[in-house]
Ligand binder design. Structure first.
Ligand code: BMA
Length: 837
């Protein structure tokens, strides 16, 4: 097609001169209906102010109609909210230019969940899936001037009860949780989970707007990459448009990197469809963090009529990469390969950051992702019991090089795959979300569900989902849609299912941490709980609730089956001495958790490629609670997150003790893509720090490999000083990388005859930061800083301090502090003083 000159100027315009603001120049009129609404209990008259996007609980909180559901056992007091039907409404002015359009849609990006939508009293439609994008024809119902929109939400509970009474669906649920959630396409963990409250909410949880146009608009844009020819990547951009008129349509496509337009093309659309190719020479590939950079390219797409009016415009930010998930073979586990390079996956499982998604800010999401990078993770698994996350979370992962294992939102329950209406609903949900998300380079794996294969048997029964229906839903329907809409994407029907492992013998099976070492593979879940820190516990307790770990309020903020708090206490007693008080017990549980997870993580890294993934359960929390998380609800790093920064470091020295023959194997592990010279050194001391033996060895770290450096035979030293008394201090130094330090003991920490470390603290203020220098006469294990009453970032924490090896920790308080205030607030703890000495 010959391009008129105006077209070329549009191309230039699209490809950078005005960038994304080109969207404002299209012939589509949008009117946002976000903002101030009102809400009332169905049948009532007492309208309260409401916010959109939002949900009923945050509206009731703002109107002071409910207490904070996180405080003590208040959750019980607000259960009526989830049982109630609610009506949202607002008025808005329809400007004349809106009403002049031929097609006017009401577009709802998220309605949670059973909603009836009315405009000026006329029903536009009903919804039954919070994960779908709903569009309704609004043209007939709109009037000039003032309009009233109303969205009425029914409680999902009656439907769940009714349908489950007819045909119960087997599910794993906690004792406070309602049955039958699988009947409703709503965030599964909104009904509670073994780390989350039962706060069944409703509302307009994403944007709502009117979208009006006369000629056409985009309905779909997909981009495929071809990496088969060296030094170039070709893109195939497929475009679909909805046309109101018969007029010919053209799409213009341009790809831009920084402010440089690399290629552009025009595609005439036939019946609203067309595809065009773009070529990128000398492509800069996107890599997971640690293996390379994260360059992002913008694909601009404009839609035009014969007069070259810009009808619609959009931009997709992509990264150039290939991803494969390679099946386990003889000596290698399931593993990811990005751009042909295998990746040892290091990460954790992401859960929703709040029961009320509207409370989660973009800044918070970015911080979580930055914190994952800071802890040397390269993968987050967005677990299947939550919701399909906001673009901001995917964008943060794209920019940071965090790979995403993305579960579709099905978890721990059998689902009614025998019900055609349910299947149709899921099909739409999958289409909406695959189309919305597939361009993100961070998404490495799409996964049908969490753990449903574990409850699937040949036939349906009171404790199983039938295999044929399982396959119909997860392989045929969801898998089929992913293959069709994102043919280059990796899809697996479930986790664990394709060689990944959920290892729960330790927490749910009461096995010792050492049993993590009985398995190799791609560990997509394993975990152990800890309490949040005292400042977080203080947010949901009164002093009397802190009398012990087992008070009713402490138990309420613990949702694991079995007695979770007791389990933490019992496990603490297996590895450590009894903590001297409540706060020490909280902190010690975090050290215990970090100690256990480290044992697994280091072992699996040592054993690559027999293990090629370590993704612990769980990264974050959705409320202040005792759980498996590494970062608590308020974003505080638990000890585990600091431990992860070390055990996930690109270059790691670690040990494997064998108390039966008093030996310690020393491993050096590197995720770097090139070989490196390194020095590994070790020193054996007694628990009071007396040096018994030291040695070092020069090694070549293999690229992306792990090696046994040496095996120390400590028989003689054990005989002389006692095996429990021995500590092996490891160090690995390699140019350009932080030093990796580690400590291995033959005995569990409680057997170590530790002495008072005589810890010395020195403070230096430097701008908004404080440098805390720690020095000790004897080993001070897991030394940590606490700023009472203030939140802060710590460059490290829970570190071992030894005589002659002072440690400096940089503390950045969230709010500025004077040196005096800092000194008063600072507490320095270590393992020794958690005990009654
Ligand atoms: C796994 C997860 C979650 C759960 C966790 C802890 O099963 O998939 O469902 O929260 O274990 O029990």
């Amino acid at each position: 097609m010959k391009a008129p000159t105006r077209l070329w100027s549009l191309v230039v315009l699209l490809a950078g001169v005005v960038g994304t603001s080109a969207a404002d120049l299209t012939k589509i009129t949008t009117v946002s209906l976000n903002g101030s609404w009102q809400v009332v209990e169905a049948g009532g008259t007492n309208w309260l102010p409401a916010s959109v996007p939002g949900c009923i609980h945050t509206d009731l909180l703002a109107a002071q109609r409910i207490p904070d559901p996180f405080f003590r056992e208040n959750e019980k007091l607000v259960q009526w909210v989830g049982e109630t039907n609610w009506i949202y409404r607002r008025t808005f002015l329809a400007p004349p230019e809106l009403l002049r359009h031929k097609r006017i849609l009401l577009r709802c990006d998220g309605l949670d969940t059973l909603a009836t939508v009315r405009l000026n009293g006329r029903e536009l439609g009903r919804t039954d899936n919070m994960f779908r994008t709903w569009e309704f024809d609004a043209r007939e119902a709109l009037v000039p001037g003032v309009n009233i929109i109303e969205v009425a939400f029914d409680s999902p509970l009656p439907v769940m009860r009714e349908r489950n009474a007819e045909r119960p669906l087997y599910e794993w649920i906690g004792s406070h949780e309602p049955s039958g959630r699988a009947w409703v396409r709503k965030e599964p963990c909104n009904f509670g989970w073994d780390w989350g409250p039962v706060l069944i909410t409703c509302g307009i949880w994403r944007d709502i707007q009117l979208v009006a146009f006369d000629e056409a608009r985009f309905t779909d844009i997909s981009i495929q990459q071809d990496h088969t020819v060296k030094e170039q990547v070709s893109l195939t951009v497929q475009v679909e448009a909805e046309a109101v008129s018969q007029e010919p349509l053209t799409a213009i496509i341009a790809v831009q990197y920084g402010d440089k337009t690399l290629d552009r093309t025009f595609i005439p659309l036939t019946q609203g469809k067309g595809a065009g190719a773009l070529l990128i020479k000398q492509p800069q590939l996107w890599w997971p963090v640690g293996l390379g950079g994260q360059p992002l390219y913008d694909v601009h797409v404009g839609l035009m009529n014969l007069d070259t009016d810009l009808l619609d415009y959009t931009v997709k930010r992509i990264g150039l990469r290939t991803v494969k998930l390679l099946p386990p073979d003889r000596n290698q586990s399931l593993r990811l390969a990005v751009n042909g390079v295998t990746v040892f996956a290091k990460g954790a499982n992401w859960i929703p950051a709040d029961p009320f998604p509207n409370r989660v800010t973009t800044e918070q999401l970015q911080r979580y992702v930055n914190d994952a990078v800071a802890a040397n993770m390269n993968l987050l698994r967005f677990w299947g019991g939550g919701y399909y996350e906001e673009p901001a979370l995917f964008e943060a992962c794209d920019a940071a090089g965090i790979l995403v294992w993305l579960d579709f939102k099905f978890a721990c329950s059998s689902y009614p795959a025998f019900d055609p209406a349910f299947m149709d609903n899921v099909r739409q949900e999958v289409r909406d979300n695959v189309k919305r998300l597939r361009h993100h380079p961070s998404i490495a794996v799409w996964c049908g569900n969490n753990e449903i294969s574990l409850m699937t048997k040949a036939e349906w029964s009171t404790n199983s989902m039938g295999k044929a229906d399982y396959d119909k839903l997860f392989s045929d329907l969801i898998g089929g849609e992913v293959r069709r809409l994102a043919p280059q994407a990796v899809y697996v029907p479930g986790s664990p299912e394709v060689g990944d492992i959920h290892s729960w013998g330790v927490w749910h099976g009461d096995k010792p941490f050492e049993s993590f070492r009985e398995l190799n593979g791609f560990m997509s879940e394993f975990g152990f709980q800890s309490f949040p820190e005292p400042s977080t516990v203080a947010t949901y307790t009164l002093p009397q609730d802190r009398a012990s770990l087992l008070t009713p309020v402490m138990q309420w903020h613990q949702r694991s089956s079995g007695n979770g708090n007791q389990k933490i206490q019992d496990t603490t007693a297996r590895y450590f001495h009894e903590p001297k008080d409540f706060e020490s017990a909280l902190w010690l549980s975090q050290i215990l958790q970090g100690y256990g997870i480290k044992m697994g993580a280091e072992f699996w890294r040592q054993n690559q490629p027999a293990s090629m993934g370590c993704v612990f359960w769980q990264y974050n929390d959705c409320w202040p609670v005792t759980s498996w998380s590494a970062v608590d609800y308020y974003g505080n790093w638990k000890a585990l997150q600091y431990f992860a920064r070390h055990f996930y470091a690109p270059v790691l020295v670690s040990g494997l003790e064998n108390p039966t023959n008093n030996s310690v194997a020393i491993y050096a592990t590197s995720d770097l893509r090139e070989e490196k010279p390194a020095t590994v050194s070790w020193e054996v001391t007694t628990a009071d720090g007396t040096s018994l033996q030291r040695e070092n060895r020069r090694v070549t770290l293999g690229a992306q490999a792990s090696q046994l450096v040496t095996k120390l035979d400590l028989q003689a030293l054990a005989k002389k000083h006692g095996a429990d008394n021995l500590m092996v201090w490891l160090k690995l130094e390699t140019p350009g990388q932080p030093t990796s330090d580690n400590l291995v003991t033959l005995a569990r920490p409680k057997e170590l005859p530790l002495v008072d470390p005589w810890l010395q603290t020195d403070l230096k203020a430097s701008g908004k930061q404080f440098v805390v220098r720690l020095d000790a006469r004897h080993p001070a294990l897991w030394t940590w800083l606490e700023l009472k009453g203030s939140r802060a970032r710590y460059s490290d924490n829970f570190v071992h301090v030894r005589a002659g090896a002072p440690v400096e920790i940089v503390v950045t308080p969230d709010q500025p502090m004077t040196p005096e205030q800092f000194r008063d607030a600072l507490y320095v703890h270590n393992l020794f003083d958690t005990y009654n000495n």
